[in-house]
Design a protein around this ligand. Structure first.
Ligand code: UTP
Length: 478
């Protein structure tokens, strides 16, 4: 090792000693030069001064979520406008369409997560999900963008956030599939930041003798990543004013929605969100509330039980507005929030998870129970910073069926079923007979490509010939 390098090592060692993390160099003497470089690069990514406080607060300290004193249900725009709002919704759609036509909006997908619950070997967006053609999630989103371009004459861009853990695999998936027909120059990948995983005593875990166990820093990391990657500046240069934020796991999502976009713009909202009525009091989704006068989301795990079960005077669920992680953000809002890059941070949320790792003695630990603390930031924590934030209600059957788990609730099975049900419902609404089983499920498999129709109303406009539908068979339209 050169003297410059040994000086650098001495400095690193001193920092690690100050912060009680010297075990990161436990295997140093057994590493070859490239491994040493990799380890030093990993260590260089960590801001130990900032981390010390986070470790005290969230890892050793287990700081709980500070609940507002006063928690009220959040107001929202209903899925079906009352008479007083019909005109406003119609205007909003017009404005949204105009923004789309002028390419003032870009699609944005956060796809940096590790998808541990699903356990799929590859980026989650590559997971095949459509009922007939088995199209992967990413392809469905491309087709939604292509369908939108075709309908409105736009040429929209798509920003995709990956993480160091899945960036290469994600890009390769798009390359291997010719970007599913979308112009390659309209797709912009960038990576999010990472956070180390910690043992409960605050020491940083290692995933190899020369690698720190990093994981993506949460979908809230997207705000800083948008700035640091240059994506925000590129949006500004391209005249993109609005960011249509979706997550990678929901095959029913409207990648771009004129009504939502138009309402956002006409009300001067800086960050807007979609909601659906909760399936049950304790459904594992965030809850929109007004807390101490500010619109915000309280995680299902943080909402006190008595509020989760509370009823309004008509017997309905008082806190019924579930968060489904679909947002419109004004680009200027993200610019404003992250302007002071070094100091901007959303609150951290602590999760206790299973993290396999190498201990200081070089033993590989494969935990059978959660053994580590991870810290993640959540996008919805930006809502309280926004002016005029609005919530638009939508229908679960139309827009939300995420693929989170391998089996059971929110799994491949339920997402395929819900895609099938929605296609059947659109066909039925367009006036066609859909065969049903005695339990009411469509008898057969139905899939409508977003390149043909973006929603049920659109299908009615574009289908001219009565489709031949045979009970029990697979049907596909594009
Ligand atoms: P989830 O909270 O479902 O996490 O992410 P996940 O990592 O995909 O799955 P599990 O919890 O390990 O099973 C919701 C959305 O946020 C993105 C995911 O890719 C998904 O679109 N996400 C999550 C990120 O982009 N970065 C992150 O650090 C975390």
């Amino acid at each position: 090792m050169s003297s410059a390098n040994s000086e650098a090592l001495a400095r690193v060692r001193a920092t690690l000693e100050r912060y009680g993390q010297t075990h990161l160099l436990a295997h140093w003497d057994h590493l070859n030069d490239p491994a040493r470089e990799a380890l030093l690069a990993d260590i260089a990514q960590i801001n130990f001064t900032a981390l010390a406080e986070l470790i005290d607060t969230y890892v050793r300290g287990n700081k709980s979520f500070p609940l507002p004193q006063d928690i009220q249900p959040a107001p929202f725009y209903p899925v079906q406008p009352g008479l007083e709002r019909v005109g406003k919704y119609a205007d909003a759609v017009k404005r949204g369409v105009s923004l789309i036509r002028r390419n003032k909006v870009a699609a944005f997908t956060v796809a940096g997560g590790q998808g541990t619950r699903l356990g799929f070997d590859g980026p989650k967006g590559a997971f095949p999900i459509s009922p007939v053609r088995n199209k992967p999630l990413f392809q469905l989103f491309v087709e939604f963008i292509l369908g939108t371009n075709r309908r409105y004459g736009s040429d929209l861009s798509w920003f995709i956030m990956t993480s160091p853990q899945n960036d290469a695999a994600t890009r390769k998936f798009f390359e291997d599939n010719g970007y599913f027909g979308l112009k390659r120059e309209r797709v912009r990948f960038f990576q999010q930041g990472v956070m180390p995983a910690f043992a409960p005593d605050g020491t940083i875990l290692m995933e190899d003798r020369h690698r720190i166990a990093f994981s993506p820093d949460g979908h809230g990391g997207s705000l800083l990543a948008l700035r640091r990657s240059g994506a925000l500046a590129e949006m500004a240069a391209a005249g993109i004013e609005y960011i249509s934020y979706i997550q990678v796991d929901n095959p029913l999502v409207k990648v771009i929605d004129p009504l939502f976009l138009g309402l956002h713009e006409m009300t001067g909202s800086q960050m807007s969100s979609k909601t659906i009525p909760k399936a049950d009091d304790l459904e594992r989704v965030g809850n929109f509330v007004v807390g101490d006068g500010r619109l915000q989301v309280i995680e299902y795990s943080d909402l006190p039980d008595e509020l989760a079960h509370a009823r309004d005077p008509r017997g309905g669920r008082l806190f019924d507005a579930g968060s489904i992680a679909i947002h419109v953000l004004s680009r200027s809002f993200v610019e404003q929030l992250t302007a002071d890059e070094a100091h901007f941070a959303l609150p951290w949320h602590r999760a206790v998870k299973k993290v396999p790792h190498l201990d200081a003695q070089g033993r590989w630990i494969e935990p059978t129970a959660p053994n580590a603390v991870k810290l993640e930031a959540f996008i919805f924590d930006a809502i309280p910073y926004a002016s005029n934030p609005l919530i638009l209600q939508t229908s679960r059957a139309e827009e939300f069926s995420p693929v989170k788990n391998a089996t059971g609730v929110d799994s491949e099975h339920t997402a395929r079923r819900d895609m099938n049900r929605r296609a059947a419902a659109w066909l039925h609404a367009a006036g066609f007979d859909v065969p049903r089983r005695p339990d009411g499920e469509p008898e057969g498999l139905f899939e409508i490509s977003p390149t043909l129709a973006l929603d049920g109303g659109h299908l009615r406009e574009v289908i001219i010939e009565a489709p031949v539908i045979k009970a029990g068979q697979s049907h596909y339209w594009e």
